[in-house]
Design a binder for this molecule. Sequence first.
Ligand SMILES: Nc1ncnc2c1ncn2[C@@H]1O[C@H](COP(=O)(O)OP(=O)(O)OP(=O)(O)O)[C@@H](O)[C@H]1O
Length: 674
Amino acid sequence: MSNSPDDAAGAPDEAHLSASEKLLFGGELAYDAGWTQHNHAWLKLSLKTMALSLPQQIAVAVRLAHQADRGALYTVAASEIGRGVAQAASLVMVNSLLVELLSEGAMEERLRSAMPSIIAVGLLAVVGSVLSSVSAAATGILEPKTQRVATERYLSLVARVELEAVEDDDFHRLMDSAQYGADSARRMLVYCAAVVTAAISLVAAGGVLTVLHWALLPMLIAMAAPRAWSALAMTRHRYTSFHRFIQHVRASQLISRLLIDQQAAGEIRVHDVGPFLLKHFRGMALTSEREQTRLARIGVRITLGADAAAGLATLTTYAALGLLLWQGQMALAVAGTAVFAIRTGAASITDLVGRVTDVQGEALFVADLETLCEEAARRAIPAGGRDLPQTVEEIRFDKVTFTYPGADAPSLCEVDLVVPRGKTVALVGRNGSGKSTLVKLLCGLRAPDSGHVLWGGVSTAEADRAQVFDRLAMVAQDFYRWPFTARVNIGIGRPAAPMDDAALAPAAAYAGADEVVASLPRGLDTLLARGYKGGHEISGGMWQKVGLCRARHRKGQVLIVDEPTSALDPVAEQRVFDQIHRLSGEGQTTVLITHRLHSVRDADYIYVLDQGRVAEHGTFADLMDPATGTGAFRDAYELQAAQFRAPSPSVPGQPGPGTDVTGTKATSDGAASS
Ligand SMILES: Nc1ncnc2c1ncn2[C@@H]1O[C@H](COP(=O)(O)OP(=O)(O)OP(=O)(O)O)[C@@H](O)[C@H]1O
């Protein structure tokens, strides 16, 4: 058996991998998640580190509980301290009870003089039970409140962080790990209460034993130490095993899910994949079984060893007590109290070790929660800033350069661009040319490394970002499909406004979302989430209509539409573009990103991006005119138009469908898709 934590934690441990895992996953199937870092951290903790960090960890849980419900926290603390004191007093009373009972004289007389101690012991037992119930009730109140306070705290902080933090893998890992922190804080409270009781009880037993005879305290430690060690060792082994075992469980669960997966069903049958997967499922299940057998064997060895050592220590202790009695160095009553105190103390030590281990396990996650909150506060979008002018006449990019963290090359380089109020500006360019990145900077979701994004002369780096967001309505390429009703999916464009039918009707008529709603079984109240009762799935094109409708409902001064029609049929697509251009006539400022070059004919201005730079810009006429355009846009446009006109891509001599300068391909209906 290995006792080395490093060894026990095991870097990917080849010996424990099944052949199935090696074949199917190329190694162990481990999550790339934040909490997995604790596998090693916990096991590397020495007893000293555990003891030193304990007060700090308890302080975190207590602080959260204090915020949640001060009264309940004080009640738990008072009752747990009261319980410990009652146990201590009970030990003292047992001593005087035994002294009275074992003294010289008639039994009746001895009983009478012992009566106050008997009553006191009884009363203390009642007080202990009552305090235990009070503590349990107060903990029951405190637990959910603490969890809520901890959850609300981190969620509210995380919801305000910069987009850069959300897209940062390290921050993501921290979020992933910290989400368990609220649950851990809740459990930690119960464990902390148990630690307090066990500690007071232990101090009481130790104190009583020291008073009775100096040699009894070391004897107590000798008796309890093996059991405490075995509790700790077993907890560590179980923890290590859990993480080793969970890899196999996860792998076999994945296989069982695949066997009943809808998408895989056809291939499983046609290619006869079923028996192959079942064979490997069995391989992994057998590995899990072996791991559990190994753990059971370790458990037997540890328990046997600890019990033997504890038994020997007990024998020595009682022999020593007998010797002290025999030599007249200890009265019988004192020996009786000593036995009682030793038993109480031994139980307290085992309890204390178990609960401290529990606290430590949970504390790692609570510490993550704390780190996340600090990190989220540090990376929050600053509140306040410079006011934007009442009317923003233009949004201007002034020599803007931006590189994503960790990227080798900039995604935007020295970009100059103007979006005048009430105009439609189209952004076109190949895949990866920087269009979506430009929009993120325009929205203030990212800050330029150099240069400025100016809203009416105010840089987004200094502006009150809430005011920037307030003026924006956006349908991003990957706009969110909320797993809520159609009503909320539209109304969430303006979450604070009413979401009744009348409020949503004008926006619903936009882009044909009203037709989508009419086709739903419960209209606006249809749940747009598959897998739930009453949940309904709509097509990608229908979702796009809902997304456009949501942006319309927001009534932002600047509308940003990123590939708004990629999933729409030709009729719906034409309708959307017509509406976008009509909006421009109504004074709406629009930034349109699209690969459908025919749809930007009516845009007031077109910017062609290439590798993060503005390759050319101008009106449609400018860009198409060989005298003014560089040809970048014109060539792409001609290519799309030619594909549209081509009778058949297979006709010899005709240009077949291929990738053009905008990174698009012609589809059978003539529309280009990325
Ligand atoms: N979050 C990110 N982290 C790192 N690099 C990114 C990130 N998002 C985009 N990029 C990179 O920035 C460059 C520009 O990407 P962007 O999404 O802005 O292009 P695009 O013109 O919108 O492309 P598409 O037409 O395919 O939507 C690409 O090289 C892309 O790989």
